[in-house]
Design a protein around this ligand. Structure first.
Ligand code: GCU
Length: 429
């Protein structure tokens, strides 16, 4: 039962080609950037001009912001591979009592020796002719932790220490340990497919920048990574793009309704993936916080700072980002600009009162500050005067949800994701 989608052809230089903007060499060093105290105006370009139309946004400011985010924060993405090779390694059409189909699909995206992605898909059997809308998101500990199903293979890659992990390898003890975060049956019952893979299938979540897919995509080869080179969060986001490569070819999935989701560090990657891939219909960043949905210009003393995140997780962002540790006000963007790149597609941030580390109020402000870009598309983002209340889904295209709980993913959160996605099923096209 093997399906070769396309023949891989990694020829010539294309593997090492990065999306280098023409002007990258001319971008100022971080120290030479001007101080901007509050969230910068997303519509004002580096040359000081203001965009006032959707066309100017798309042809000038949006690509400029993509360059800036890569140059100063996440590192430059490598070009997408010419083709992926997807192999369906297992399939059960009678899953969840016959309500669903489970598929395990291996995605080879790189040259010989490069890690591969093991995608777990649970798809409703009752679905429209166009296929099922779906959520795609990274998991922290392997597909085998998202369900008790004993047939799901253990994740292969390096794993952070924790329950069900021995010598940085997954063990059977991990089976089902994250199942509370993955509401397969609930989503199926509401018509949605859920697709996930282990974030370490792309690069491991450790400081080794020569592990996982990193060395296969290093411009010019070698062991040293450059200051603007691909980071772990960038790599995880790029991995989601490879999953989308597959999903858009699977007839059982509605290619027009692929929503990226992610919690915490994987929420940062989800938001980045949506900003850099227009095939993604919308995005949910659950308590993603600093480096994702939370502002770098942070006014919450309990929230994570750029300096702290860069110190504890130096591999998450490119080295250039560290130069902003003590001068976040020199960043020529803030996270509302990343949200703005997603426009006109919908965005949902879910935050919690007991998760001040992820800066709930800051996340709300980030959404509000992206409003002007949605307005260019004739869309209402989020009403700044709409009162924040527990368990209320705020916003029209940019959504905020706040609950009294902790840093977590619960069934209630999934119900909110599904409400959000349903609300944008046609608008998302
Ligand atoms: C740490 C980190 C956060 C991150 C979180 C997670 O708390 O400081 O930035 O979001 O881990 O991914 O669980």
């Amino acid at each position: 039962m093997s399906m070769s989608l396309k023949v891989m052809s990694f020829v010539g230089l294309c593997l090492f080609t990065t999306i280098m903007p023409v002007a990258a060499d001319e971008l100022p060093a971080p120290a030479d950037l001007p101080v901007v105290k509050e969230l910068p105006d997303p519509l004002v370009c580096m040359d000081g001009t203001r965009v006032t139309t959707k066309e100017a946004w798309e042809s000038k400011r949006r690509p400029e912001l993509k360059t800036l985010f890569q140059h100063y924060m996440y590192g430059y993405f490598p070009a997408a591979p010419d083709a992926i090779k997807a192999t369906v390694v297992a399939e059960d059409r009678n899953y969840l009592g016959g309500k669903a189909t489970k598929k395990l699909v291996n995605i080879a995206y790189g040259p010989e020796g490069c890690p591969t992605i093991d995608l777990l898909l649970v798809i409703p059997n009752k679905r429209p002719a166009a296929g099922a809308p779906c959520f795609v998101g990274l998991n922290f500990n392997g597909n085998h932790t998202t369900t008790d199903d004993p047939t799901i293979p253990l994740a292969k890659g390096w794993m952070r220490p924790g329950k069900g992990v021995k010598d940085n390898k997954a063990t059977v003890e991990g089976r089902g340990t994250s199942k509370g975060r993955w509401e397969f049956e609930n989503a199926i019952d509401q018509g949605f497919a859920v697709v996930t893979f282990y974030y370490g299938d792309v690069v491991p979540d450790n400081k080794d920048r020569n592990a996982g897919a990193f060395p296969f995509y290093r411009p010019g080869g070698g062991k040293e990574h450059g200051p603007h080179e691909w980071s772990a969060i960038g790599a995880w986001a790029w991995g989601i793009h490879r999953a989308v490569d597959y999903l858009t070819s699977d007839k059982e999935i509605d290619a027009k309704h692929i929503f990226a989701i992610g919690h915490s560090r994987n929420g940062k990657a989800a938001l980045l993936s949506a900003a850099f891939d227009d095939r993604i219909a919308g995005v949910v960043a659950n308590m993603a916080g600093c480096g994702g949905s939370g502002p770098s210009r942070n006014h919450n003393p309990k929230a994570e700072t750029v300096k702290r995140i860069n110190t504890v997780f130096p591999h998450w962002f490119c080295d250039a980002f560290k130069e902003f540790n003590d001068s976040v006000e020199k960043l020529p963007f803030d996270q509302h600009c990343l949200v703005s790149i997603v426009a006109p597609r919908p965005v949902l941030f879910t935050a919690a009162e007991q998760d001040q580390w992820a800066n709930p109020d800051g996340q709300h402000q980030v959404l509000i500050a992206a409003n002007p870009v949605y307005k260019l598309y004739g869309l209402v983002g989020i009403d700044p005067d709409e009162k924040v209340e527990f368990n209320k889904l705020l916003g029209t295209t940019l959504h905020y949800h706040y609950d009294p709980g902790k840093h977590a993913v619960t069934k209630e959160h999934w119900d909110v994701y599904i409400r959000f996605a349903k609300a944008h099923m046609t608008a998302a096209k």
